[in-house]
Each structure stands twice: as structure tokens, then as C-alpha cells.
Design a protein around this ligand. Structure first.
Ligand code: ADP
Ligand code: MG
Length: 240
């Protein structure tokens, strides 16, 4: 997509864990409908930045604006209702429940109205798991679990969907399927994405804009063609 309105803006956002700055004075912006990838070495602060945006972590200082309003002090469920949804890095499905039961949980919790059952079935269709609806999530392949979690996050009608490493450990074929799913949700529903991913081929395939995080700070921003050839970006990945 190609939005021009700022959907999300952080202002000097900082998160300290016992004096260690995991995220340090970050000004991060996402345009409406944009496909934005967030990259950077392990420990750069990528997951922490996402958790600040969703309210999973409270900011130590700085502010967060969403859709023109400050959301810095809003509870996570209030941010979800305003249109921010996330798939965490660590799986957050119940393996001992069925696929349909998992899909039902966030829809029941966050959506009101009589069309919730229809939304559950629609979500199962979208992620290609309608024929596995009664199977336990623990019996799904890893790629299907990732599809399920993306579908669950997308079922809440977000304007901004944060995906923390949705293709880590997946095969090339599974990665392509996830890329297709993300692009379909972006183009057909206008959802803006922030996707954390290390594989630059995957990033090149989906991203309009790339932000490189390093030691809690924004190191580079720009199109992937500039970022991937940047020797300083290569250096920080090699631990320099
Ligand atoms: P990334 O997702 O880029 O790999 P994280 O955001 O998970 O990085 O972590 C950034 C830094 O903050 C790391 O040094 C990590 O150890 C530290 N960190 C993350 N979460 C916590 C926490 N809850 N308590 C203490 N330190 C944390
Ligand atoms: Mg992480």
C-alpha cells in the first residue's frame, strides 16, 4: 500500500529495564496502509518497541500517538479496540484447544455484535484452516500455527497489525504463503503492517519502508534497496 497519513508516531520513546535502555528515544512512524519492516540484530529492542506500542510494556518516558490521539497511558485492551493488533514472537495460542476455539477467544473478548460466529468461520477460511477447525492447535504444522495467529490478530479489524517474527523457522514455501497472506490483508483491507524479520529476501518482497534498530535506537530508515547494501548495516549484523 501507499498511505500518506501518519497512523502511528512515537515521540522520544524510552524503555528502561533496571537502568538498561532496551529502547532509547525512538521516534518511529508508520503511515496508514504502509508495509513497514523492522530489522536489527538480536537484542536491538525490536520486540520491546512492539510491546510498547501495544501497551504490553509501559513506557519509561516518551509518548505514543495513534490515529491523531495520544495512547501512551491506555491499557492494552483499549489499544486493541482502537485498532492495534499484534502477533507476538512467542506463540500465544492454546495448543490443547481446537483451532476454532482459539479463533473464538479474541473475537469473543474484543468484538461485540451478532456476527461473531460468522467472523470466526471467515477467519478460519482466510487462514486456510477451515478443514482443520476441530483439530487441536498442537497438531498443526509450525507454519499453520503462524497463519492461525496472524488470522486471529487480523480478525479484530485492526488498522495496524504488528507481527513479531512471523516466518522464523519456516520453510521457503511457508514463508511465501505468509508473505501472500500479509500482502492480501494489506491490499484488500488496507491494514498497515509492522513486521519484524531478519531474512532480507522476505523483507524485500513485502516492505515499502524499512527501519533498522540497533542498541535500542533507530540506526537507519529507508527503502530495502538502500538498507540491504549499506555497509554499516552489514557491520552491526556481524557484531561490530
Ligand atoms: P529484539 O527483539 O530486538 O531481539 P528485545 O526487545 O527482545 O530485542 O530485547 C532488547 C533488550 O532488552 C535485550 O538486551 C533484552 O535482554 C532486554 N530485555 C527485553 N525484555 C526484557 C525484560 N522484560 N527485562 C529485562 N530486560 C529485557
Ligand atoms: Mg525479538
Amino acid at each position: 500500500g501507499s498511505g500518506t497519513d501518519t497512523l502511528l508516531q512515537t515521540d522520544a520513546l524510552l524503555k528502561s529495564f533496571g537502568g538498561f535502555h532496551a529502547v532509547e528515544t525512538v521516534d518511529f512512524a508508520v503511515e496508514a496502509g504502509e508495509m513497514h519492516c523492522l530489522i536489527g540484530p538480536n537484542g536491538a529492542g525490536k520486540s520491546t518497541l512492539m510491546k510498547l506500542i501495544t501497551g504490553t510494556h509501559d513506557a519509561t518516558s516518551g509518548r505514543i500517538f495513534y490515529d491523531g490521539q495520544e495512547i501512551t497511558d491506555l491499557e492494552p485492551h483499549e489499544r486493541i479496540r482502537r485498532g492495534i493488533s499484534i502477533k507476538f514472537q512467542v506463540p500465544s495460542v492454546y495448543e490443547e484447544l481446537s483451532v476454532r476455539e482459539n479463533v473464538r477467544l479474541p473475537i469473543q473478548r474484543f468484538l461485540s455484535g451478532a456476527d461473531r460466529e460468522a467472523r470466526i468461520e471467515e477467519t478460519l477460511d482466510i487462514v486456510g484452516l477451515a478443514d482443520r477447525a476441530d483439530d487441536l492447535v498442537g497438531d498443526l504444522a509450525h507454519g499453520q500455527q503462524q497463519q492461525l495467529e496472524i488470522g486471529m490478530a487480523a480478525s479484530l479489524d485492526p488498522d495496524l497489525l504488528l507481527l513479531d517474527e512471523p516466518v522464523a523457522g519456516l520453510s521457503m514455501e511457508e514463508r511465501d504463503e505468509i508473505a501472500d497472506r500479509i500482502q492480501t490483508l494489506n491490499t484488500e483491507r488496507g491494514i498497515a503492517f509492522v513486521v519484524i524479520e531478519h531474512d532480507t529476501d522476505f523483507v524485500a518482497k513485502i516492505a515499502d519502508e524499512v527501519t533498522v534498530l540497533h542498541q535500542g535506537q533507530i540506526f537507519r530508515e529507508g527503502p530495502i534497496e538502500e538498507i540491504r547494501d549499506d555497509p554499516e548495516v552489514r557491520r552491526i549484523y556481524l557484531g561490530g
